[in-house]
Design a protein around this ligand. Structure first.
Ligand SMILES: NC(=O)c1ccc[n+]([C@@H]2O[C@H](COP(=O)([O-])OP(=O)(O)OC[C@H]3O[C@@H](n4cnc5c(N)ncnc54)[C@H](O)[C@@H]3O)[C@@H](O)[C@H]2O)c1
Length: 248
């Protein structure tokens, strides 16, 4: 019960890595406000977390929009009278050569994968700073470090998340608000369903571990960062559960 009674928001919690983090946090005694734009899957995930005995609620929100990002955090503040842990996990992926990325695609990517992190975090910070305890965990991607062909917009957004993480960590760590990122390698989730099988096979073969990760293998990294004393000394770090694809 490493997160007993900790008030946590997880965005993009209805699927994949966010769902695994929500379940892991529920099993560790957290009180959860799960946010996602997919209302059906969100309701199922809320019910699943409740099965573990967790107090868990859902808020249907598009965190790429100001109203959605603030609603996700506000729901936690209102329901639990505060917030201890914010996991900015919601994200989307599209693929196109740079010459084919439309302004609309670029703007959508920035809104969902980068702006959401800023908006939700900014909303959560005053409460965390006031209580002199907080953990912000941003799910970036190793592509924000190494880049990826046909992924200029995605890699730029994720590199932005890592820069945001380091900068905010410098601002607030002295007040015991710790901000870190997770940069997963390829993880088997619906996000990468659309990528062709031949590419996935070749990619898995080039990984030192020889396989993609599973969402359940990423969730404990978020737990480490959220927990005490395990997360106490991580400040502005980017942890890499990536099957060995990137070694800093
Ligand atoms: N799967 C991978 O290989 C991989 C690798 C590195 C990083 N990531 C990152 O991990 C995070 C989670 O991805 P995943 O693989 O679990 O994907 P996923 O598609 O399984 O889950 C993403 C969830 O986020 C929600 N979501 C998307 N946009 C949203 C919005 N604007 N507002 C609210 N909810 C929204 C979706 O409805 C979905 O439930 C993302 O930030 C992704 O970029 C994934």
């Amino acid at each position: 019960m490493q997160l007993q009674d900790k008030r946590c928001v997880v965005t993009g919690a209805a699927s994949g890595i966010g769902a695994a983090i929500a379940q892991c946090f529920a099993q560790e005694g957290a009180r959860l406000m799960l946010a996602d734009r997919d209302s059906e899957k969100l309701a199922a995930m809320v019910a699943r977390c409740q099965q573990f005995g967790a107090e868990c609620h859902g808020v249907v929100a598009d965190v790429g929009e100001v109203s959605g990002a603030t609603a996700a955090v506000d729901a936690c503040l209102a329901r639990f009278d505060g917030i201890d842990v914010l996991v900015n996990n919601a994200g989307m992926l599209t693929q196109a050569r740079c010459t084919d990325i439309t302004l609309e695609m670029w703007e959508e990517m920035m809104a969902v994968d980068l702006r959401s992190v800023f908006l939700a975090t900014q909303r959560a910070l005053p409460a965390m700073l006031a209580q002199r305890w907080g953990r912000v965990i941003n799910v970036a991607s190793q592509l924000g470090i190494k880049g990826g062909a046909e992924l200029c917009h995605y890699a730029a957004a994720k590199a932005g998340v890592i820069g945001f993480t380091k900068s905010l960590a410098l601002e607030v760590s002295s007040q015991n608000v710790l901000v870190n990122a997770i940069a997963p390698g390829p993880i088997e989730t619906p996000l990468i369903d659309g990528i062709n099988t031949a590419w996935k096979k070749a990619k898995a073969a080039e990984l030192p571990l020889g396989r993609f990760g599973r969402a359940e293998e990423v969730a404990p990294v978020a737990l480490l960062l959220a927990s005490e004393p395990g997360g106490n000394l991580f400040v502005g770090q980017t942890l890499g559960p990536n099957s060995g694809d990137v070694m800093p």
